[in-house]
Ligand binder design. Structure first.
Ligand code: BES
Ligand code: MN
Ligand code: MN
Length: 463
């Protein structure tokens, strides 16, 4: 039986297994779900075992475990290291979901007329890494597995992958491979398949502004004592100038500038701004002057407030001049910017612009470097060939705005090119309410991954 007919004859089970995994609320950020995150790791381990790995293990860390599994068919064959994550983002706010986030249902959408799976983690990343488990099962069952496989599926991607960082550095031999294959990104559309060749880095900060030592009556003290929320709002507003450039001194010093040629190339990717605006219900796009939307997301750095709080936010009105104000602020970084340096510049600047009437504390959360993937490697050519065969189209290289901080470590510590062959769509609402993943994307992904293995082994033989 061929790989494709194996997939076709096990469609229902392949889908049901994913739905089962999606029912486990493996939210790594929220300690309330600790048991469920461990349960998801067990699920991944046994799914690797039933798919046919030689051995699978749960590698404990000081946080959530890394599930490792391998199948060595022939020591002289090339090895593909598959990376993915079984943890998911918190599902809050629950009331904005049309159906419960951990009770997957399938229904059609504008982009997925054939049906999409609605559940937290469906696209990011359970539905995507699970394609690799099923592609592996299908190749093995069809007797067509042409590469060795190593699976490394972690449970802390959504909280910064700190333990994976240590795991990779400490297991360079175990993880020895010829390429890393990752499906945790998007493509332009089913009609226009793409391969991601760039991801942004990240520096994530928390800011705490303190005014008076206790909440005050806003009449008794208002106008005479600085309000930390007012101060924070003003500081935040000053972080962008009139051209929407970030005002932190030194922020752009190392930013890689691209040639006119490269920018033109980048802007050739199909992009319909009217459709983009319509789908987001926005009247105008926004961003750094002098750059297109594709460039603003792909090759320019950003600063965004992710959350801001303080004072009274309950029912009705309470007249209070609060003691404290907080904000979570993230900066997306581009090649050559160092997340630790940016975190330092951010802290120095916030302290410099704070009025003397308040004190500012800055605590860095997590960070990571940007990644750029070369397009002249065997792995990239294998991805192109696989997409050509599955979709009948030439893949477009794209640079995405999201971050997978561990990808740059794969390059540094393992010397491997990560191939970012994802099958999600930007409209899949990852990290948002009503996250979903196309059923067709899931099956096309399984097929394309199997073709990647075939082409990678072929190209390897001929190299
Ligand atoms: N899969 C995403 C990254 C991503 C999203 C890449 C969209 C390309 C397109 C990943 O799970 C993620 O959410 N990463 C975080 C960073 C992490 C350190 C929390 C992100 O980008 O915010
Ligand atoms: Mn992800
Ligand atoms: Mn994510």
């Amino acid at each position: 039986m061929s790989v494709n007919s194996y997939i076709a004859s096990h469609k229902e089970r392949f889908l049901n297994e994913l739905l089962e995994l999606l029912r486990i609320p493996s939210v790594s950020a929220d300690p309330k779900f600790k048991d469920e995150v461990f349960q998801a790791a067990e699920f991944v381990k046994s799914s690797l075992e039933s798919a046919g790995v030689d051995r699978a293990e749960i590698c404990a860390t000081t946080g959530y475990p890394i599930v490792y599994g391998e199948k060595i068919i022939d020591p002289s064959a090339p090895t593909v290291l598959v990376y993915g994550h079984y943890d998911v983002q918190p599902a809050d706010p629950y009331e904005l979901w049309d159906s419960p986030p951990f009770e997957p249902i399938i229904k059609p959408t504008e982009e997925h007329p054939e049906g999409a799976i609605f559940a937290r983690g469906s696209a990011d990343d359970k539905g995507q890494f699970y394609m690799h488990v099923k592609a592996f099962e299908a190749m093995l069952a069809a007797g067509e597995l042409a590469c060795n496989v190593k699976f490394m599926i972690e449970g802390e991607e959504e909280v910064g992958s700190e333990n994976l960082d240590l795991f990779v550095k400490g297991n360079v031999d175990k993880l020895k491979a010829d390429v890393v294959l990752i499906s945790d990104t998007s493509m332009i559309s089913m009609e226009t398949p793409s391969v991601t060749v760039g991801l942004r880095g990240l520096a994530y900060m928390q800011v705490e502004v303190t005014g008076p030592n206790r909440d005050l009556h806003s009449g008794t003290y208002g106008g005479a004592v600085a309000n930390p929320i007012n101060a924070l709002a003003k500081m935040i507003a000053s972080l962008h100038d009139e051209n929407n450039r970030i005002t932190i001194p030194g922020f752009y010093d190392r930013v890689e500038e691209y040639s006119a040629d490269y920018r033109e190339q980048l802007n050739k990717a199909p992009f319909d701004e009217e459709d983009y605006k319509r789908k987001l219900a926005i009247k105008e796009v926004w961003g750094e002057k002098g750059y297109t939307t594709i460039e603003r997301v792909g090759i320019r750095p950003t600063l965004d407030v992710n959350g801001v709080w303080g004072g009274y936010t309950g029912e009705g009105a309470k007249t209070v001049l609060p003691s404290k104000a907080f904000a979570k602020i993230s900066m997306r970084l581009v090649p050559n910017q160092d997340h630790k340096e940016i975190a330092r510049l951010f802290e120095e600047h916030l302290k410099a612009i704070a009025p003397p009437s308040v004190t500012v504390k800055v605590v860095p959360h997590h960070g990571g470097q940007a990644a750029v993937v070369p397009t002249d490697s065997l792995g990239y050519h294998a991805a192109e060939a696989a997409i050509q065969e599955a979709f009948g189209k030439q893949a477009i290289p794209t640079r995405e705005g999201g971050s997978i901080p561990i990808t740059s470590l794969f390059q540094q510590a393992l010397g491997l090119d990560p191939i970012l062959m994802g099958f999600g769509l930007d409209t899949d609402a990852i990290h948002s309410p009503n996250e979903h993943y196309g059923v067709k994307n899931y099956f096309m992904g399984i097929e394309t991954i199997a073709l990647f293995f075939k082409h990678f082994s072929k190209l390897h033989k001929n190299s």
